[in-house]
Ligand binder design. Structure first.
Ligand code: DQA
Length: 147
């Protein structure tokens, strides 16, 4: 089973950007950890990042063809993008939203997520470990969907 892990704007700078908030691991480190955890769970991952809203939407459309689930950190688009919400609403398999930081203890504009209404669950504030925890949950959701 293939899981898409999608990352939104500025996450290419992970490890360099505000490390006091987002930690020192790079996105390549996160990808490597996700591939390892996924293979232990019997899952494959397609790990992607873009700074462009349309690219994220195109990947969500592609996921309709071949993904058993989507794990998405939409980054700032979390708080702004009806378009990403609409594309996720066209995806029929489980979706998990991930935020590295605890968005609820940050600025009020980060407290609302357009994406949460379509997510099975939300990980926030667990650092980059949140991706691995999301994969563990995704394995359970995918297995339940195949029963
Ligand atoms: C983020 C939180 C967002 O508010 C922010 O815009 C990001 C990253 C996180 O992973 O904590 O870019 O999604």
């Amino acid at each position: 089973k293939l899981i898409y892990i999608l990352n939104g704007p500025n996450l290419n700078l992970l490890g360099k950007r505000q490390p006091e908030i987002y930690g020192s691991e790079t996105l390549a480190d996160v990808e490597r950890d996700c591939i390892r955890v996924a293979s232990d769970l019997g899952l494959q991952v397609r790990f992607l990042q873009s700074n462009a809203e349309h690219q994220l939407i195109d990947w969500i459309h592609e996921a309709r063809e071949d993904a058993a689930g989507i794990i998405i950190n939409p980054a700032a688009y979390t708080h702004t993008s009806v378009a990403i919400l609409d594309s996720l609403n066209a995806f029929d398999n489980p979706i998990i939203e991930v935020h590295i930081s605890n968005v609820h203890k940050r600025e009020p504009f980060r407290h609302h997520s357009y994406v949460s209404s379509v997510a099975s669950g939300v990980m926030a504030g667990f650092g980059t470990q949140g991706y691995q925890l999301a994969l563990q949950r995704m394995a359970v959701l995918v297995a339940a969907a195949n029963k």
